[in-house]
Ligand binder design. Structure first.
Ligand code: XMP
Length: 317
């Protein structure tokens, strides 16, 4: 007789039996899946689990504080590493989306491996792999070209010699959310939109700089704030801003401006595999646009992306 309560009890028991008195390490990204794993591990083995949270410098506004605070409230042992400078250094001048992904993936592994050495008596690595991740990673290895090299599956180094623990590998996203609720994680956190591993790097088209990251962070924060205020956040699969490598002419007071164009992307989807652009009310779009243009220095034009997937993808890179 399958239900989430039973599943939880069984998983905790299974983790205890597997881990015994050893230690477990795991990466936490701030996403729902890795967070549910972290809380689950904590319930099973307490402080013998340590979640590694790496600041890539590519996170959204206030994200590190938000995530650290969440785990503090949940009493989960977290090792925080600010590696922003290293990531930004390695990404300097890079424009190609796949190169960005590869650099970020490799840098993440380097940082994680270094931290893992501090915990060299940890025998296990916990990962938030879901059932659809397994299916998708099998299919992208086929003869057809990889569309995007998502690197959240099996992304951590095998040569670190950890044994893998993947307690969510039989679950779908909605079941992970249910499990998260059962574990006492805030509803607000459970309902967060997905956020890609490479972060804002693939939402700044072209070269990534600190200045451009700041512009995008501010704009994205306004977009999300307005969408939440309008009470449509939970109806949307994903909403975000994309900073384009295009400047346009504008007028501010009696002065000519020549600044960045920002695109807003919002989609409705069930699983991220296909998506339609969200039919956000024009009034709201107008409000978001004027707030961004007025409040974010460096943007003088906002456009709305009306493409569906396929043939477009959800992210721009
Ligand atoms: P696309 O852009 O392929 O996105 O339509 C589908 C979903 O996957 C997310 N995404 C990623 N997630 N690493 C991730 O962990 C990545 O490299 C990556 N690229 C896209 C995207 O945000 C959407 O939810």
């Amino acid at each position: 007789n399958w239900n989430m309560g039973n599943f939880l009890t069984q998983q905790i028991e299974k983790i205890k039996q597997t881990v015994k008195d050893k230690r477990v390490i795991g990466a936490v990204s701030g996403g729902v899946d890795s967070s549910v794993v972290a809380v689950l591990m904590n319930k099973a083995i307490g402080d013998r689990f340590v979640g590694v949270f790496v600041n890539t410098g590519l996170l959204r506004k206030n994200e590190p504080e938000y995530v650290l605070n969440l785990f503090k409230k949940l009493n989960v042992n977290i090792r925080y590493e600010d590696a922003s400078e290293l990531f930004l250094e390695r990404l300097k001048g890079i424009e190609d989306p796949e190169k960005k992904r590869k650099i970020i993936g490799h840098t993440f592994i380097d940082v994680f491996a270094k931290i893992a050495k501090e915990y060299n008596n940890a025998e296990f690595l916990a990962q938030g792999t879901l059932y659809p991740d397994i299916i998708e990673s099998v299919s992208v290895k086929g003869p057809s070209a990889t569309i995007k090299s998502h690197h959240n599956v099996g992304g951590l180094p095998k040569d670190l010699n950890f044994k893998l623990i993947e307690p969510l590998r039989e679950l779908f996203k909605d079941e992970v959310r249910q499990l998260g609720r059962q574990l006492g994680i805030d509803e607000e956190f459970i309902n967060r939109h997905p956020f890609p591993g490479p972060g804002l790097a693939i939402r700044i088209i072209g070269k990534i700089t600190k200045e451009r990251l700041k512009i995008l962070r501010e704009a994205d924060a306004i977009l999300i704030e307005e969408i939440k205020k309008a009470n449509i956040y939970n109806d949307i699969w994903q909403a975000f801003a994309v900073l384009l490598p295009v400047s346009s002419v504008g007028v501010m007071g009696d002065k000519r401006t020549y600044e960045n164009v920002l695109a807003i992307r919002a989609v409705d989807s069930v699983d991220g595999m296909t998506a339609n652009f969200s039919k956000i009310d024009y009034e709201l779009l107008g409000k978001i646009s004027s707030r961004i243009i007025n409040e974010v220095e460096g943007i003088n034009r906002v456009v709305y992306d009306i493409s569906s997937k396929p043939p477009a993808t959800i992210e721009w890179e």
